[in-house]
Design a protein. Structure first.
Length: 259
C-alpha cells in the first residue's frame, strides 16, 4: 500500500548537498529521504510529545519513499555577504601580543565583541523555485501508514527553514503511477543502469541525497544526545537519478524541465 501526499511549494526551496561547505552551497532539487523522515519525526514530537519519539522513529525508518517531481525547476545562482567566525590563526596572533599592544588595539577599535569575533566574507548560495506540485509516496504496512497520515498534516517545510510546503490532499493506492522516482541509489554496471530507479528514466541528473542509515537510532538523531552520526553508517548517501534536463542557463539562473 502506498500513501500519496500532494504538496504545493509556497516558498523558495533550499537544501544544500551534504558535502557542501558553508561558503559554497549548491541546492538539491527535492527534499532528501533524510529530510522527509526527520520532518515526520519532528511533527510527531511536536504533536504527541517526546514519549512517542522512539516508536515513531522505528515506523518512519521502515518506509520506502518515492517522489513525483515538479514539471519545472528554476535554480538561482547568487553570491551573498555573510559573517563567519575568524580563523583560529588570527586569534593565536592576538594572544601573542603584549598587554600594552592589546590595550592600544582596544582603544583604537570601537567594534563590539561580536564584530571582533566575526569577519565578513562572500558565499555562494542556490535557491530552487519549484513550478508544480510535489507528490511524495510512502510504502509501508497499513498500520504504519495510518500512524504517519496525521503527521503529514503537521509538516510545513522540508529542508532549510523557510522552504515551505502546503499539503493539498492525501490518497492511497496499491501501486504508484508512472512518473514516480524511488529515492534510492542507482548503480552503473557494464554501462547498464540497475537498481531501484524507474526504468522509464534512463537519463537525467544524478543528485546525492542523504538517508537514514541502518545503524541509526533515535539517540544518535537526538540533538541533545552526546552520540554522533557517522557518515556511511548512520547517514548514508543515495545517488538518485532525477528526470530533468537543463534547458536554459545564464550567470544568474539555471532552468530545468522534467523529461
Amino acid at each position: 500500500m502506498w500513501l500519496i501526499a500532494k504538496y504545493q511549494p509556497v516558498g523558495i526551496f533550499s537544501l544544500k548537498v551534504g558535502v557542501a561547505t558553508s561558503t559554497g552551497a549548491k541546492t538539491l532539487f527535492l527534499p532528501t529521504p533524510f529530510a522527509i523522515r526527520t520532518a515526520l519525526l519532528d511533527a510527531a514530537i511536536r504533536t504527541h510529545g517526546l514519549k512517542t519519539a522512539v516508536e515513531t522513529f522505528e515506523i518512519v525508518k521502515t518506509l520506502n519513499i518515492a517522489a513525483f517531481p515538479p514539471e519545472k525547476i528554476v535554480v538561482t545562482n547568487l553570491f551573498t555577504k555573510v559573517l563567519k567566525p575568524k580563523r583560529s590563526d588570527s586569534k593565536s596572533k592576538k594572544a601573542n601580543q603584549s598587554e600594552n599592544d592589546e590595550l592600544d588595539e582596544q582603544t583604537e577599535n570601537s567594534n563590539t565583541e561580536d564584530e571582533e569575533a566575526m569577519q565578513r566574507t562572500i558565499s555562494f548560495r542556490e535557491y530552487a523555485y519549484l513550478a508544480g506540485d510535489l507528490d511524495l509516496a510512502f510504502d509501508g504496512t497499513e498500520a504504519n501508514l495510518r500512524q504517519i497520515r496525521e503527521l503529514l498534516y503537521q509538516v510545513t517545510y522540508f529542508g532549510k527553514r523557510g522552504s515551505f510546503f502546503q499539503l493539498l490532499n492525501l490518497s492511497e493506492q496499491n501501486e504508484i503511477s508512472e512518473g514516480f522516482v524511488i529515492l534510492k541509489s542507482i548503480n552503473s554496471n557494464n554501462n547498464q543502469i540497475n537498481g531501484t530507479a524507474m526504468a522509464s528514466y534512463p537519463l537525467g541528473i544524478i543528485q546525492v541525497m542523504d538517508d537514514w542509515g541502518p545503524s541509526l537510532n533515535f539517540d544518535k538523531l537526538n540533538i541533545y544526545s552526546e552520540e554522533s552520526i557517522r557518515l556511511g553508517q548512520d547517514r548514508i548517501q543515495e545517488y538518485v537519478m532525477l528526470p530533468y534536463h537543463l534547458t536554459k542557463s545564464s550567470r544568474g539562473f539555471s532552468y530545468y524541465e522534467r523529461i
